[in-house]
Write a protein that binds this ligand. Structure first.
Ligand SMILES: Nc1nc2c(c(=O)[nH]1)N[C@H]1C(S)=C(S)[C@@H](COP(=O)(O)OP(=O)(O)OC[C@H]3O[C@@H](n4cnc5c(=O)[nH]c(N)nc54)[C@H](O)[C@@H]3O)O[C@H]1N2
Ligand SMILES: Nc1nc2c(c(=O)[nH]1)N[C@H]1C(S)=C(S)[C@@H](COP(=O)(O)OP(=O)(O)OC[C@H]3O[C@@H](n4cnc5c(=O)[nH]c(N)nc54)[C@H](O)[C@@H]3O)O[C@H]1N2
Ligand SMILES: [Mo]
Length: 762
């Protein structure tokens, strides 16, 4: 399977490569964000909009899920948050004339960048079966088409309802209710590709699928690990929290194959010293680990802690905690003690001394927080790796006390809230019981399809209708060629979207685009709510005039579709929900634990915190009723001779599949995205050099996959590893290469070989 570079990527002529930066944010960050905003929004709108980001009476930044905290500065946004806002608040528009002028096939030949640059969608559009263009359609007709196709199915499980993570709590709750009332749990979401591994590992070990720290805990920690995460680009406001922790005396350990700018040094744009000075050195220790080496690292650290305990019994292991609150310690400890150092060194690429020094950091710290993101979640053994992080923390009682705990850093701004509202293909019995009791129906009990399973079901024809509440399914999912073919075979695809993207162009035989409001826009006098990465729920109120008078809020789209589908529904007052989100929130309050008195509490400034049993009361609602130590065998990922391990990452100029621009400033790249970062020694071994053109070829039992035409960049990544951007490299990730238990595509460990391309003109 070959993925050709779409036409606009031939701007690669302008590609320039400079040495990577050693610090993040600061003045260039802010100046950049304002420039981006001006270009998209105009000056007045820029100030009006950015002034309202993350303020207590404003809207939640659609950038990431990092919490806001108590003391907000007047500019509580970052460079990349501003880009996310500008992308949504742009004054550019996609109109019916645009669709008349561009066929669906032509749009499929464009890049994600070009598509996103066209602006906001303005009215519902329909591609009838056999047509080559989208044509305008009324909302009534659009809902009629969807309802008809859903009713025509042989059963509700033939439909799939995807969700991306920007959807508000209100829309998510209404949407899952519609889907379950229709009769299926086919509710895959972007989480399946994102933090599903965290959810799986944490639910089993701690009894909650979320983190156990508050922002305050991070500020108070003695030692913070930042593992498999690039906060300088993806969670820039987290750098302020890390800086604050440092001022309070914390040490920071960065674990990453790449020396990411934000991890090394930070200039805080919101403090005068940040603009001019040298900024703060963030990471005290940088462990340049091999891809997939983290399970070995955490196991090795635990083993060293156990040895320290043997040398001075009663001083290292938190016996009281282990005895009172955990299960499985002895089995786990026996396994950890048998760890083979040669395996650790091979898996991590780290010297034993570096691991030993890190263990000393841990021994010196009263309280430890481990933060992580996609570097830990997108591997075959991700769930095991995260369970090993939990073991490491439990050992010294670093869960459920101030300054300590697990901190999976979420991606999309409401991905955590969507899950809390029931967007989940494997809902708990308790949730279904509560939902059924509240609305008087029997929800389906059979578990539904996750993202990878949904693609398989579309491919085999078992699923026929695909509905997406946001996101860009075909571009975000793995195995591009396979997924695109699967999607094109669907009878109907429906995309509820703010902006044009590839999933509108690579669509089913019949397709609908339903344009919706973004976070920044006024929804009458209503507000919605979101939950951040640390379980704080708060209101979000858009202020801008909607991009077009034709747009409907997501809640209205769900409710009107429901009314079309169920007619006069005696059980659910869809009309009332659409008009009055308080009525909807009252129902959430009765179904979802932790939301009692939702309407009153969410109106308090800053919102409210959801209960978190491990954090609040050291209670672990697991199968054993305790926090579980687990045994996770170390299997060193050995790469065949001549191959490299590829990770697919984000550049500084993208939001997942939304490409803001062609630069990756901190990594020193400008003017292009088809690049692959490789260690200079690995290049030399292969007879390759910086600047060479290569194809990336991944190997899998069912065949090879190829991504063509990448420029090699000699880069200080860990040996044996390389990195390139997603979504361009998604074609290389086989659909069946997934994490055990969580079924997350293994986007951070793809075995590839680099194949030199013939010189230009040859
Ligand atoms: N501006 C911006 N913000 C975003 C996003 C965006 O695209 N743009 N996306 C949002 C979303 S949905 C998410 S999930 C988050 C993603 O946030 P991140 O997880 O920071 O995103 P990635 O670019 O995938 O970066 C993965 C990081 O992990 C490292 N890594 C990869 N493999 C390994 C490994 O095996 N071990 C270790 N220790 N490190 C490894 C990589 O070198 C890189 O630094 O960001 C959110 N915020
Ligand atoms: N190879 C590889 N693949 C990956 C990853 C990786 O690291 N490597 N990361 C994975 C991760 S972590 C994630 S989260 C997924 C992301 O997967 P998705 O969430 O599906 O993708 P996005 O690119 O975030 O979706 C962007 C689209 O969302 C729509 N949108 C934006 N705001 C709104 C809104 O408010 N409402 C509605 N209805 N629509 C809106 C716009 O039309 C925009 O085009 O990708 C995954 N794919
Ligand atoms: Mo994500």
């Amino acid at each position: 399977m070959v993925r050709k570079a779409p036409r606009e990527d031939v701007t690669e002529d302008g590609l320039e490569v400079h040495p990577p930066k050693e610090w993040a944010a600061g003045m260039p960050g802010v100046a950049r964000s304002l420039l981006t905003s001006y270009a998209q929004m105009g000056v007045g709108r820029t100030f009006l909009t950015l002034a309202r980001v993350n303020q207590k009476d404003g809207f939640d930044c659609p950038g990431c899920a990092w919490p806001e905290g108590e003391h907000r500065s007047p500019a509580e946004f970052c460079e990349n948050g501003a880009k996310a806002v500008a992308e949504e608040a742009t004054t550019r528009r996609v109109t019916r004339d645009f669709f008349a002028g561009h066929s669906v096939d032509e749009l499929a030949g464009r890049t994600d960048y070009w598509l996103g640059q066209q602006g906001r969608l303005t009215e519902p559009m329909h591609k009838p079966e056999g047509a080559d263009h989208y044509v305008p359609v009324t909302w009534e007709k659009a809902f009629d088409i969807v309802a008809r196709e859903l009713r025509a199915l042989d059963g509700p499980d033939e439909a799939v309802f995807y969700t991306s993570g920007r959807t508000s709590n209100e829309a998510a709750f209404a949407y899952q209710l519609l889907v379950r009332r229709f009769g299926t749990n086919n509710l895959p979401d972007c989480s399946n590709m994102c933090h599903e591994s965290s959810g799986s590992a944490l639910t089993q070990t701690l009894g909650i699928g979320k983190g156990t720290v508050s922002l305050e805990d991070l500020h108070r920690a003695d030692l913070v690990f930042v593992v498999g995460q690039n906060p300088g680009t993806n969670h820039p406001r987290m750098l302020s929290a890390l800086e604050r922790a440092k001022r309070n005396g914390a040490r920071i350990v960065a674990v990453n194959p790449l020396p990411e700018a934000g991890l090394l040094r930070f200039k805080n744009p919101q403090r005068p010293s940040g603009v001019a000075g040298r900024g703060t050195t963030l990471a005290d220790r940088f462990l340049q680990i091999r891809l997939n080496g983290d399970l070995a690292l955490f196991k090795a650290l635990s083993r060293l802690l156990l040895e320290a305990e043997d040398a001075a019994p009663g001083t290292v292991v938190d016996r009281e905690f282990v005895e009172a609150h955990t299960h499985g310690f002895e089995d786990w400890a026996a396994d950890a003690r048998s760890l083979d150092w040669a395996d650790v060194e091979e898996a991590t690429g780290l010297e034993r001394r570096a691991v030993e020094e890190t263990a000393r950091d841990v021994l010196a710290a009263r309280s430890v927080v481990v933060c992580w993101a996609m570097g830990l979640t997108q591997h075959k053994n991700s769930v095991a790796t995260i369970r090993e992080v939990v073991n490491f923390l439990l050992l010294r009682g670093n869960v459920g006390r101030p300054g300590a705990g697990v901190c999976p850093v979420r991606g999309h701004s409401n991905v955590q809230g969507d899950r809390t509202m029931g967007i989940y293909e494997k809902p708990s019995e308790a949730f279904l019981d509560a939902l059924g009791a509240e609305f008087g129906f029997e929800p389906p009990r059979r578990h539904g399809l996750d993202t990878v399973e949904a693609i398989r079901a579309l491919r085999s024809g078992e699923a026929k209708v695909f509905v997406a509440m946001g996101g860009n399914f075909v571009a975000a999912t793995p195995d591009t060629e396979v997924t695109e073919a699967a999607m094109r075979s669907a009878r109907l695809t429906v995309q509820v979207s703010t902006k044009l993207n590839r999933s509108h162009a690579v669509c089913g035989r019949q397709a609908l685009i339903l344009p919706t409001l973004g976070r920044t826009e006024r929804d009458g006098d209503r507000f919605v709510t979101v939950e951040d990465s640390m379980g704080m729920v708060h209101a979000s109120r858009g202020r801008l005039r909607p991009a077009s008078p034709e747009l409907l809020p997501e809640v209205a789209i769900v409710c009107r579709l429901a009314r079309e589908l169920f007619g006069d529904d005696p059980l659910v007052p869809w009309g009332e929900f659409e008009a009055d989100y308080d009525a909807l929130r009252d129902r959430v309050a009765r179904v979802v634990p932790g939301f009692a008195d939702f309407n009153a509490r969410v109106r308090a400034p800053g919102g409210f915190a959801l209960p978190n049993a491990p954090r609040d009361e050291r209670r672990f609602p697991t199968a054993t009723g305790r926090a579980n130590f687990t045994v996770n065998p170390l299997e060193v990922l050995r790469v065949p001779e001549g191959r490299l391990l590829l990770q697919t990452v984000r550049s500084h100029d993208q939001y997942n599949t939304t490409i803001y621009g062609m630069d990756d400033r901190y990594r020193g790249v400008s003017g292009g995205r088809r690049v692959v970062f490789v260690n200079p020694d690995d290049l030399a071994e292969r007879g390759l050099a910086d600047g060479d053109a290569v194809d990336l070829v991944s190997e899998w039992p069912d065949g090879e996959r190829r991504a063509e035409a990448f420029r090699v960049i000699a880069y200080p990544t860990a040996r044996g590893c390389c990195a390139a951007y997603f979504p361009e490299t998604n074609v290389l990730v086989p659909l069946d290469s997934v994490a055990e238990t969580s079924n997350t595509p293994t986007s951070k460990s793809v075995v590839v070989r680099l194949v030199r391309r013939p010189a230009a003109g040859a």
